[in-house]
Design a binder for this molecule. Structure first.
Ligand code: UT7
Length: 313
C-alpha cells in the first residue's frame, strides 16, 4: 500500500497588482522589485476569503463541487477566515461533506509540506482512503501596505492536491523540522502580543534570506539522501516561491540545473502556504511533469519551519 497524488488544482483571484501599481503606493520601483526578487505582479483578493480561495482550489483538484467521498481535509494557512471553525471545516461544508476529519495546519510558508506530511501519516495508519490537502492564503490582509520592505513580496491564492491510497508508493519521503528560536525574524502578532501593528507581518528580510537559503538547501539534500534519489533523477524542483535569488542559490547547492526548476513567482509573488501547490498544479497542467516523474518540493517559512518532500507523480 502506498499513497499517491491523484490530482492537483489551483485558484488565484482575478485582481492583478503589478510592480508599477506598487510604485504609486510606496517608494519603490519595478526595477528594484524585479532584480531583488523576480516578482513582477501578484494577485489580490478583494472579496474572496481564504476559505473561498481554498474551496475553489479544492474544486479544481477534485473536478467536482461535491466531495462526499473525501475522508480528510487539511488546509495549511496562516490567514484563516476565523480562529475557528477551521478553514478546512469551511471548505468541507462548501463541498457538501458532512463527515470527514477536517482541520488546519499552521507552519507559515512551509504549511503545505507540513499538511502533506500529516495527511500522509494519517492515511498510513487510519482508514482514510481519500484526502484533500490545501494551501490557501490571503496575505494581502496581514500586510502593512505602508511597509515597502514587505508589501512588494506577497500575494493571495490557493492550491490543492487530492491524495489517494495506491498500489505503488508515490510519496517517497520527507525531511521536516522547525526552530522556534528564530521567532523574531518573521512573525505576525496576535492575541497577547504588544506589537505596534498587531496584525501585520514583520520581517527582517536580509536575515531571513540567509537562513532560508541554508535551511532549504540542507533540507532538500537530506530528503534526497533519505530516499536514495540523486539530484539528477529529479525531473522538477518545485520550491517555495519567495524570491528568485533564494531559489537560485538553493538549486545550485542541491545540484539541480536551471531548466529543472519551476518558477511562477513572477506572476504571483510569495503566496506562503499556497505557493508550492499552485506551482505544482501549474507544472502538471502545463505538461512540465507527468506520470512517473520525480518531483522535489522544498519550503521554508516563519517559525522557522522547513520541509521537503520527494514524490513520484
Ligand atoms: O517566505 C519566506 C519568507 N520571506 C522571505 O523568504 C524573504 C527573504 N528576504 C528577501 O527576499 C530579501 O531580503 C528582500 C527581497 C526582502 C530584500 O532584498 P535585499 O537584497 O535583502 O535588500 P535589503 O533588505 O538589504 O535592502 C537593500 C536596500 C535598503 O536601502 P539601503 O539601506 O541600502 O539604503 C532598503 O531600504 O533596499 C531598500 N529597499 C527598497 N528599495 C526599493 C527595501 N525594500 C525596498 C523596496 N523598494 N521595496
Amino acid at each position: 500500500m502506498g499513497i499517491k497524488i491523484a490530482s492537483v488544482g489551483a485558484y488565484v483571484p482575478d485582481k492583478v497588482l503589478t510592480n508599477e501599481d506598487l510604485e504609486s503606493i510606496v517608494e519603490t520601483s519595478d526595477e528594484w522589485i524585479t532584480t531583488r526578487t523576480g516578482i513582477r505582479e501578484r494577485r489580490i483578493s478583494e472579496v474572496e476569503t481564504t476559505s473561498d480561495l481554498a474551496t475553489k482550489a479544492a474544486i479544481s483538484a477534485l473536478k467536482s463541487e461535491i466531495a462526499e467521498d473525501v475522508d480528510l481535509f487539511i488546509t495549511a494557512t496562516a490567514t484563516p477566515d476565523m480562529f475557528f471553525p477551521s478553514t478546512a471545516c469551511l471548505v468541507q461544508s462548501n463541498l457538501k461533506n458532512k463527515r470527514a476529519v477536517a482541520f488546519d495546519v499552521s507552519a507559515a510558508c512551509t504549511g503545505f509540506i507540513y499538511a502533506l506530511y500529516v495527511a500522509d501519516s494519517i492515511m498510513r495508519t487510519k482508514e482514510i482512503e481519500r484526502a484533500v490537502v490545501i494551501g490557501a492564503e490571503r496575505f494581502s490582509k496581514i500586510i502593512d501596505w505602508n511597509d515597502r520592505t514587505t508589501c512588494i513580496l506577497f500575494g493571495d491564492g490557493a492550491g490543492a492536491v487530492v491524495l489517494e491510497k495506491s498500489e505503488n508508493e508515490c510519496i517517497l519521503g520527507f525531511d521536516i523540522g522547525a526552530d522556534g528560536s528564530y521567532k523574531d525574524l518573521l512573525r505576525v502578532e496576535s492575541i497577547g502580543s504588544n506589537g505596534e501593528y498587531p496584525w501585520y507581518l514583520h520581517m527582517k528580510g536580509n536575515e531571513v534570506f540567509k537562513v532560508a537559503v541554508r535551511t532549504m538547501a540542507g533540507s532538500a539534500k537530506r530528503v534526497l539522501e533519505k530516499t536514495g534519489i540523486s539530484s539528477e533523477d529529479i525531473k522538477l524542483l518545485v520550491p517555495h516561491q519567495a524570491n528568485y535569488r533564494i531559489i537560485d542559490a538553493v538549486s545550485k547547492r542541491v545540484g539541480i540545473k536551471n531548466d529543472k526548476i519551476f518558477i511562477n513567482l513572477d506572476k504571483y509573488g510569495n503566496t506562503s502556504a499556497a505557493s508550492i501547490p499552485i506551482a505544482l498544479s501549474e507544472a502538471v497542467k502545463s505538461g512540465k511533469v507527468g506520470k512517473g516523474d520525480l518531483v522535489l518540493m522544498v519550503a521554508f517559512g516563519g517559525g522557522f519551519t522547513w520541509g521537503s518532500c520527494v514524490v513520484r507523480l
